[in-house]
Write a protein that binds this ligand. Structure first.
Ligand code: ATP
Length: 335
């Protein structure tokens, strides 16, 4: 029988998109896209434990921006997995605790990350060992376009609406500085609508989206400057059109020595590529002093997707676990 003190803790990264090509609007309302996802060492920690009823509790730097109700994507994911299992065996409700470090509505797929973590955590807690990765990925794809990648991690191509994930050969490590503007958020549907509007205004018709060969070759060699030159996001102009401060942030980072820069996904988080940890420290200090106001975090990539980092089954009462990892020293700097 399951002890009330049993807890499973999962660490899950945020993502940036090294390349994002948007294609035509599909009949189901999604745009066809081709993206290169890259998981970075900025983590949410999600802990699940058996409880009398379903609930979610969110703490951490971005905790107050996340709904702590039935709409929370981690809770939606846990209940979806439970429903799938209810056909065979009843599972207990869970309490979910999220330590939220990934910027919310920032283009880093933080909600999808928490959903992926809840799937991995509940599979472990409910001992659903027989649930194959394929089935978990199927459930993940139904929850959101980015959820399968957050199970997968690393660097990967996303096609379809982003939910079809294939690994990319990328050896070595990239160093990043991430800037998340204070009180800045962008809704993904609004950014796509703005992209549609800009395309119509310009009279251009989107072609079939494809991953950039230049970017793939640069990743295979893990040549930082070549990766920097090949970074590309079709949604960047739309995000800047809605939040003009983003162009100020991009210019500030490049002036301060970033090798490359782009808005992550639908924004508004901006990712700066640098050549080393020392360059990352220099850039984050420079941005904090001279860039637009925002949270600045150093990170590396690629890192694995959602992973169980702790499984405790003891009669001790539950105590929240500390976040097992914060991105490289000395942690977030507020500018
Ligand atoms: P994407 O890059 O996938 O478009 P995003 O990073 O821009 O996503 P999220 O941080 O995933 O955006 O949040 C989108 C919205 O989802 C938020 O405004 C929030 O209200 C809602 N949400 C629900 N559950 C969560 C969660 N666990 N964490 C973050 N946001 C959540």
């Amino acid at each position: 029988m399951t002890s009330q003190a049993e807890t499973v803790t999962v660490r899950v990264p945020g993502k940036i998109n090294l390349g994002l090509s948007v294609g035509p609007l599909r009949e189901d309302g999604y745009h066809e896209l081709s993206t290169i996802y890259h998981a970075v060492s900025l983590y949410d920690t999600v802990t699940v434990q058996p409880a009398d009823d379903w609930s979610v509790h969110v703490t951490g730097p971005w905790g107050d921006r996340v709904p702590a109700d039935a709409s929370n994507l981690a809770l939606v994911a846990a209940r979806t997995l439970a429903r799938r299992r209810a056909r065979r065996a009843k599972v207990d409700p869970v309490r979910i605790d999220i330590d939220k470090n990934i910027p919310v509505a920032g283009g880093m797929a933080g909600g999808s990350a928490d959903a992926a973590a809840a799937l991995v955590g509940c599979r472990e807690l409910w001992a659903l060992d027989h649930i194959e990765n394929d089935m978990l990925e199927g459930i993940a794809a139904g929850l959101g376009s980015d959820v399968p990648f957050l199970l997968h991690g690393g660097t990967a191509i996303g096609t379809g609406r982003g939910e079809q994930v294939t690994s990319v050969l990328a050896r070595g490590e990239l160093h990043w500085v991430l800037w998340a503007g204070e009180d800045l958020s962008l809704s993904t549907p609004e950014v796509y609508a703005e992209w549609d509007r800009l395309r119509e205004e310009a009279g251009t018709v989107p072609g079939t989206p494809e991953p950039s060969g230049e970017l793939m070759a640069a990743l295979r060699r893990m040549d930082t400057d070549a990766v920097a030159d090949a970074l590309h996001n079709d949604l960047q102009d739309a995000a800047i059109s809605l939040q003009p401060v983003l162009s100020e942030a991009l210019a500030a980072g490049l002036d301060l020595g970033a090798r490359g820069a782009l808005v992550s996904g639908s924004g508004p988080t901006v990712a700066f590529l640098v050549g080393s940890q020392t360059e990352a420290i220099d850039l984050s200090v420079g941005l904090a002093a001279n860039g637009p106001h925002g949270d600045i975090v150093r990170a590396t990539g690629p890192v694995p997707g959602a992973q169980v980092v702790h499984h405790r089954n003891s009669p001790e009462p539950y105590r929240a676990l500390p976040t097992p990892h914060r991105p490289g020293p000395p942690g977030p700097v507020t500018g």
